[in-house]
Design a protein around this ligand. Structure first.
Ligand code: ADP
Ligand code: MG
Length: 272
């Protein structure tokens, strides 16, 4: 039986990129294993280029894997996922502006998802659009706006509403606050935390910033050069990091408990 499995299990996932001309092979993800339990918020942290996005894309089915298995709700995904398989896991990206159609109103964006993926029609679509705006704490008056007329934080809320529109059980959030002003980051982090409590959403939260992970996640996976080097409950990891690389990452947070700091910036490199 599969009942003892966590909601998501990645086992020994390997992703390589072959560059034909240069004849080089990039080992983006090397035998990575991680679990996300139902209703759990799990962090995946590591410096830029460590394989976070590649693993995230593999989880949602946007990236083919060389080997290993990805099991969701007891079912191992094959090379091709059914529509129902894809619905269960949704993703939000770092740049909400790039992931929203600039020509469409927010109503249009949400309604398109609902028409394509649900049986809702007519007035029920409008009702659901308003419900989704409530869920992400945006006023329904913004349904007629286009992305260009909104702030970065509002756009990321819309991207989250769109992801939620088809009622996924797991949300993969790939650096969802990295492109936002520090002043609005906490609002998005709090929203994700509330969504877990309100709708039981599980979240795989990806960040290069350990100070954000600390406030949100139950457990943390530290990834270094495509390998998960440490996996611990959040409080334990911060109190007693075991891996050298984790310690280096932690030391990049200037003062824990002090004023809000930026942590490790994307693109900044650390050596082990
Ligand atoms: P992160 O999200 O942690 O910054 P990525 O998963 O984006 O890391 O990248 C991991 C490694 O894989 C990097 O060396 C990156 O250059 C490489 N990579 C990612 N996507 C591709 C691709 N489509 N083709 C070739 N190399 C890639
Ligand atoms: Mg990335």
């Amino acid at each position: 039986m599969t009942t003892d499995l966590p909601q998501l299990r990645c086992s020994d996932v390997v992703v390589t990129f072959r560059q034909k001309q240069a004849r080089t092979v990039i080992h983006a993800v090397k035998s990575a294993s991680l679990d996300v339990g139902a209703g759990e918020i799990v962090g995946l942290v590591g410096e830029s280029g460590s394989g976070k996005s590649t693993l995230a894309r593999a989880v949602v089915g946007l990236q083919r894997i060389d080997s290993g298995t990805i099991t969701f709700e007891g079912k191992a995904f094959g090379a091709r996922r059914s529509r129902a398989d894809r619905r269960g896991i949704q993703m939000v990206f770092q740049d909400p502006y790039g992931s929203l159609d600039p020509r469409m109103t927010i109503r249009g964006t949400l309604a398109e998802m609902l028409r394509r993926h649900t049986a809702l029609r007519g007035e029920a679509i409008e009702t659901r659009c308003r419900e989704l705006m409530d869920m992400v704490r945006l006023p329904s008056s913004l349904l007629g706006s286009r992305p260009a007329g909104m702030s970065g934080g509002q756009r990321q809320r819309v991207a989250i509403a769109r992801a939620l529109s088809i009622e996924p059980r797991l949300l993969v959030a790939d650096e969802p606050v990295a492109a936002l002003d520090v002043s609005v980051q906490a609002g998005i982090v709090n929203l994700l935390s509330d969504l877990r409590d309100e709708v039981g959403l599980s979240i795989l939260f990806i960040s290069h910033d350990l100070s954000i992970v600390r406030t949100l996640c139950d457990r943390v996976n530290v990834i270094y050069r495509g390998e998960i080097v440490e996996e611990r409950p959040c409080a334990e990891l911060f109190a007693d990091p075991r891996d050298d690389y984790t310690r280096t990452l932690l030391s990049a947070i200037p003062r824990l408990g002090g004023p809000r700091t930026e942590g490790l910036r994307d693109g900044q490199s650390l050596s082990r």
